[in-house]
Design a protein around this ligand. Sequence first.
Ligand SMILES: Cc1cc2nc3c(=O)[nH]c(=O)nc-3n(C[C@H](O)[C@H](O)[C@H](O)COP(=O)(O)OP(=O)(O)OC[C@H]3O[C@@H](n4cnc5c(N)ncnc54)[C@H](O)[C@@H]3O)c2cc1C
Length: 371
Amino acid sequence: MLSFWEKNSFQNFDFIIIGGGITGLSCALSIKKYFKKSKIAVLERGFLPSGASTKNAGFACFGSFTEILDDYENIGKDKSLKLIEDRVRGLELLIKMLGKKSIGLENNGGYELIFKHNKALLDHLPQINKDLKDIFPKNAFTNQSDKISDFGFKTVKRLIYTPYESQVDTGKMMYNLIEEVSSKGIFIFTGTEVEKFKDHGDNVWVKLNNKIELTCNRLAICTNAFVKKFLPELDVKPGRGLVLVTKPVEKLKFNGSFHFERGYFYFRNYKDRIIFGGGRNHFIDEEETTSNEINEKILEILKDKLNTVIAPKKKTEVDYAWTGIMAFGSNKSPIVDKISQNVGLAVRLGGMGVALGTLAGQKIASLLTGQ
Ligand SMILES: Cc1cc2nc3c(=O)[nH]c(=O)nc-3n(C[C@H](O)[C@H](O)[C@H](O)COP(=O)(O)OP(=O)(O)OC[C@H]3O[C@@H](n4cnc5c(N)ncnc54)[C@H](O)[C@@H]3O)c2cc1C
């Protein structure tokens, strides 16, 4: 039971945010910008954010060439272009919020590996560049296949380059984001899982899994793939992502970020290590889960591609692997909306939430506060 003092000082907040990932923390910062004296609490069930924000691969990307083509087919050109624009704006916002150094930003460009089976897709390259001309000052994608042998790749037929993709240091970014939030006097309660909430009109009641009850004036749900606990009907599906990191590789030949198979595989260097993730598309049903277990079959696929495509001439050793949980749906856009008078949500950030999280957090803050 809470003490008299605890009830007085820790039970009622102006704003509560459920979820301490990039979206929830960005939401908290956006609110604080306009309501400097407001009392804000971020409630995070894990010791650290336990979804995707500290687990991702650190690509500051807007979509690879074949992924954009895939999006054109699935959601149409206009929605695809809007998403790209949002990712670019989101990354700009992230940089503005924390600074390049604080997120470990390195602009080494991005490349897509094209193989024999999807070479025909290159016919669409001029059109995609034309469609992106309002978003990027120069051609978004150019052919840099001459680098294939420099990088030491095998079975790769073409390499498509974009100068507009960067890498971040995910750990550094989240560390500094948490520090920034804390420095503004926003409370982050970790190890704090929300069980349920109810909008009573004059306030919102929030019940934690340890039976403690809190209230607030406005509530933001930023729990991404875990939102179905509160809203089972919402169009959100979890998608587990697996990432491995190699031990340092001697004379690693590439520096930058790389994608293949419509963005389903992605790798980059971190200093002299390779960080490589993806493969979810090979087991799409099995990976629709919030469990953090490692799917050994996917790990084997990644190891095989590492040895046959990415670094075939090197003796790469996997140091370890981890998983994180993303959120997808029938539509690739995040869901940012109010669900009652005082409650809103910003969820379903997909596979490019580093780019979209700040923007989604800012949007839900604005919907809840009217700023
Ligand atoms: C393996 C992997 C690789 C990725 N790579 C990239 C990449 O390179 N580039 C990129 O742009 N994006 C990448 N992403 C996607 C990106 O990380 C996410 O889209 C983004 O982090 C989502 O942020 P979020 O804050 O919305 O969600 P999350 O980070 O998932 O945060 C939601 C938080 O809510 C908490 N929570 C859930 N339920 C409750 C509850 N009931 N009570 C309290 N807290 C709760 C969770 O613990 C979690 O911390 C990747 C994701 C994964 C998993």
